[in-house]
Design a protein around this ligand. Sequence first.
Ligand code: PLP
Length: 410
Amino acid sequence: MTTREECVALDERDELAAIRDEFILDEREIYLDGNSLGPVSSAVRARVIDVIDDQWGRGLVRSWGQAGWMAQPTRLGDRVAPLIGARPGEVLVADTLTILIAKLVGGALELRPDRHVVLTDAANFHSDLYIIEAVCQRAGRPITLKAIDRNNLDAELNDDVALVELTHVDFRTGEALDLKAITAKVHEAGALMLWDFAHSTGALALDVQGANVDFAAGCTYKYLNAGPGGPGFMYVREHWQGVLENPLPGWLGHARPFDFEPDFEAADGVQAFVTSSPSIIALAALDGALDVWNRTSIDQVRAKSLAMTDLFISLVEERLARVFNLYTPREHERRGSQVALGHPHAYGIVQALIERGVIGDFRAPDICRFGFTPLYLRYVDVYDAVEHLVEVMRTGAYLDQRFAERNPVT
Ligand SMILES: *Cc1c(COP(=O)(O)O)cnc(C)c1O
């Protein structure tokens, strides 16, 4: 069994160790919820303050041009692109993830006008299910959204399927799907593929080019640490640019926004998907948050992530044998950057851990969810988190009456 001393030694050898100092963290806490909301870094703070004091404060309306505000959605898209294996010009930062899914589904349905089915995963994040259903209902022709068991995709694919939308890393279990194999299968059926990268971006290497992905979207406030409500990003393969239309056009996606023309004519490239004025302060936070990738690589982060989730799983299994149901796959290639432990008292366990300063979250019906974020977590944090979990289970603290009723945000 790995000892605490061995974890300290792992941290001493860890090439990412110094990056932790860039984040604002409470040293009395162990933050295992960076898969839900990442912490603030000093670069984010500095960039946001600079935009407020200087670009907005002094430059005012001139900053739309002089400070490059207009170009931020595509400039930042180019900064996100390497993290998903996209080429420059293929990624746009805008809106939020749910809205971007609406734009991509709405546009994609027009590319397969003879087909009437959209497939998604019944276990998908609810927001994906709601927005895709709403877009399908308003498509202008009968479209059926089928929420399937993703393991039955083969049987569900046929020549009436226009689009398949799947979340690459399951938000409950942390299972990572096979990007390349699934995309290829969908293409064989003549359908288009849209991936949701909410729990993938910044957590593991993605290769949208190599996998031939048509469209993808993700958020930036989870593993990219761009702040609450931070902007989303969308990927449109070069092949589809100028073909895929934005179903929610606005003035800043126009080829000549300052000609104030009554008819819409799409700008070139992903700029056509900009609807409204970009949220400059939120984009500044993302700009600062991306700086860390100048000093590390996704491969380095992934290697440490797997080592941390391996360590957590093995410590839990050794010290709490048969107490939890492990929902997260053991195979590395099928694992994201979180571990999901099933237990009938999951809610109380997570609350008791939070009281001890170990911040994870609960996902209905029975999941204790722990995110492992290599940029600012240490191996010793993994060890100590398990120590707290052992204590919570030993003392039965999770059975306390205070945890009988659930908070609205879990
Ligand atoms: C977090 C998450 C979202 C959130 O969408 P927003 O529109 O950014 O609030 C959507 N889909 C999945 C799979 C998620 O995990």
